[in-house]
Design a protein around this ligand. Structure first.
Ligand SMILES: Nc1ncnc2c1ncn2[C@@H]1O[C@H](COP(=O)(O)OP(=O)(O)O)[C@@H](O)[C@H]1O
Ligand SMILES: [Mg+2]
Length: 244
């Protein structure tokens, strides 16, 4: 459902941020994209969503190439960016309506969705405030709600738990599980391994722009018996102080 084929990204300054990254996320799966800061997670996600054009390689989402068939591809996934600080002069409700317009969500459906999702994330009382008044966590929750309004099959989430309070994080994890169980695909990046450990069917570990290990938790533990995911991760990627 989310296919990355040999994604290489060389930024304008010559920095090779990702090197020949390929994976395929199937319907019904939650896949965690784990790696230290600067590993290349956001770069890959921006190529998946069509924000960045890869130097080489291509992306197919729900059968549509993100660069050849961008509208159809983009209609079929929800995206949460790593930074929720956009369009902060809009009220929460204005922003949600803007997204609902873009994805052609009917008045009836959007009203129902905005109602239930706002309730679930404790945002009902603040929808008429400008987003500049929101805390980071509230902005993040609004991004989550906006991504779920149009209910597409694939979810692509860049560090979605960052800044969420425990109950919002719980709700989001629950929704990710429900979404995958209903036969959809969820890819999320994280540098917090507990989250990956709780949620994922499969984990891709990225370091220095390359996928260095991939598989189920059980598979990753096979050559590292008795180790936690965190210990395996540190062993594979090196300790933080040795990172560039
Ligand atoms: N616009 C850019 N120009 C040049 N280098 C960049 C740019 N964006 C990110 N990088 C570099 O690419 C690497 C990967 O960054 P990123 O994808 O943001 O990693 P992650 O999301 O895993 O923390 C880092 O070394 C980062 O400094
Ligand atoms: Mg990132």
């Amino acid at each position: 459902m989310i296919e990355a084929h040999s994604l290489t990204m060389i930024y304008g300054n010559g920095h090779k941020a990702t090197d020949d990254i390929s994976f395929d996320i199937m319907a019904g799966e939650i896949v965690g994209f784990a790696g230290p800061n600067g590993a290349g997670k956001t770069t890959v996600i921006k190529m998946l969503t069509g924000i960045l054009k890869p130097t080489s390689g291509n992306v197919v989402i729900n059968g549509y190439d993100i660069n050849k068939d961008p509208i159809k591809a983009k209609m079929s996934f929800a995206y949460i960016a790593d930074n929720p600080d956009i369009l902060i002069q809009l009220t929460g409700l204005e922003y949600l309506n803007f997204i609902a317009d873009m994805y052609e969500v009917s008045e009836d459906v959007r009203k129902k969705k905005i109602g239930t999702l706002s309730e679930r994330f404790g945002m009902s009382d603040v929808l008429n405030l400008q987003m500049r008044e929101y805390s980071h966590g509230m902005r993040q929750k609004l991004m989550v709600i906006s991504a779920l309004i149009h209910d597409p099959p694939a979810w692509i989430l860049d560090e979605p738990m960052t800044g969420l309070d425990p109950s919002a994080a719980f709700e989001l994890k629950q929704m990710m599980r429900e979404h995958a169980k209903a036969g959809n695909a969820v890819l999320f990046s994280t540098h917090v391994l507990e989250v990956a450990e709780q949620l994922c069917d499969r984990i891709l570990i990225i370091n220095n722009g390359k996928i260095i290990r991939e598989g189920t938790l059980d598979f990753l533990r096979l050559d590292n018996p008795g180790m936690t995911l965190e210990e395996i991760f540190v062993k594979l990627t090196g300790r933080p102080e040795t990172q560039a």
